[in-house]
Design a protein around this ligand. Sequence first.
Ligand SMILES: Cc1cc2nc3c(=O)[nH]c(=O)nc-3n(C[C@H](O)[C@H](O)[C@H](O)COP(=O)(O)OP(=O)(O)OC[C@H]3O[C@@H](n4cnc5c(N)ncnc54)[C@H](O)[C@@H]3O)c2cc1C
Length: 488
Amino acid sequence: MPAPRHIAVLGGGLTGLSSAFHLSRRFPDASITLLERQSKLGGWVRSDKVIVENVGSGGSPATVLLEGGPRTLRPNAKSVLELINLLGLDSAVITTSKSSPAAKTRFLQIPELPGLLPIPSSVASLLSSPLRSILLTAVGREIFRRSNRPKGIKDESLDRFMTRRFGEPFARTFGSALIHGIYATDSKKLSVRAAFPSLWEAEERGWGSVVVGFLRGSKFKLKSDYDLGGTIQLMHNASVYSFRGGMQTLTNALELSLSVRPNVKILRDTQVSSLRLQKSKAFEISLSSGAALSPTHVISTLSLPVLQNILPDPGALPHLTANPYSSVTVVNLVFPAPPSEIHPEGFGYLIPRPTTGYSSESPRFLGTVFDSCSLSAQDTPAPLTKLTVMMGGPYPALTEEHMSLPFIKRHLEDHLQRSLPDPVYWKVRRNDNCIPTLTPGHLERMQELRNVLWERWEGRLEVIGAGVGGVSVGDCVDAGKRAGEAWS
Ligand SMILES: Cc1cc2nc3c(=O)[nH]c(=O)nc-3n(C[C@H](O)[C@H](O)[C@H](O)COP(=O)(O)OP(=O)(O)OC[C@H]3O[C@@H](n4cnc5c(N)ncnc54)[C@H](O)[C@@H]3O)c2cc1C
């Protein structure tokens, strides 16, 4: 394949920014154009600094950092550590130590029970936990349960997988809660192979038992071509991390680095309205401004339904509309009291699927993050508590009432079993269609998509991003690192 001369990157979220960053290093002789519909780059990443009056020492104002999108990262995502190293962001990193309460304590709020239940993190806490019967029964039986994967199946939902191996109470209580926290979706709809390939593989390695499979060790080989500098030492003893200036530190640094590269052009406020492959073998990209581009190669990081909409022939690429997307409403609250007066110490809590399902009667809470426990280094020291409520996902659409302060505060008080002062600041952000639900069969569908891109589009169009290769920040940045690898 001839080397790329002009690469267009569609979408300036995390995947698009990291694609442009890595492509501009790999192909210094190609010109790269990053096209973003909005004036702000970063996609779902949004860190806002707000000033809260009269809460600092002596009644002074305090600055609080609030995240509207991703908020914490896991140290195992090497692609992000590499960016931190290459962008020189080491000193901006803040870590949550493995021994801190935020790392050790997480809670469940069972909709049918009052208050929060700590998820056991040691044998002692397991034995005294009200969750012990679900946990001990699930794990104890799993080891001895015969292999029960239906013959010939290539994928299934996480809920079905967990029910098959660990039983229905475990799948609902722990599985659905975990999926609310990561994918904001119903675990009955999420592909186990796409979301948790290690579980599927452990079942095979353990002759049917996931627990035995994990005890036998993993044969997953992670790629090790990352330029990590000193970031591994930085992450020593970190359970999660972020940046003093929030997640936007990463996207701002990418933007800054791209803006000084001679071979990169960033076009904001520029919506891609159509993408076609011409007979001349160049692409034609029409822009909302009326201008057009003819790049030799294209990386699309747009969500798959958006990509479907800009293709002149709706059947040009398969499976773009196969997965639904979840909408998440994020509510940031700042209370004028220290965390010890607002909530127990810990990372936060998740709420499993109610036994009655996702009914219209439910308050639509997915979980709450106790940000002050892990991310207080982002704020001016002051006796205040920031926390974030996540709502929506698989529940019926939220009404104005669900997004009102009295409603949210009443349910927080129920969960935390205490009365709360009025917040000194609160903000509701609706993120519509923000997280794809990778439904069963996703991996096979994406392989078929890649085959078509090779056969009919000669591999010069790559389709990547959260809707293709995984939704975490690490997955998105890794996809950007791998963009155009086949072109060199
Ligand atoms: C509320 C929330 C919380 C999250 N929390 C975490 C977390 O704590 N940890 C974690 O690892 N992950 C988290 N995630 C997941 C992660 O943030 C996302 O999966 C990731 O940011 C997606 O990046 P992307 O670049 O693939 O897509 P996007 O961010 O959607 O970027 C796509 C870009 O394309 C642009 N665009 C759309 N249409 C056009 C067009 N026609 N022309 C030009 N541009 C267009 C959009 O404006 C956008 O900027 C969270 C996600 C959300 C929504």
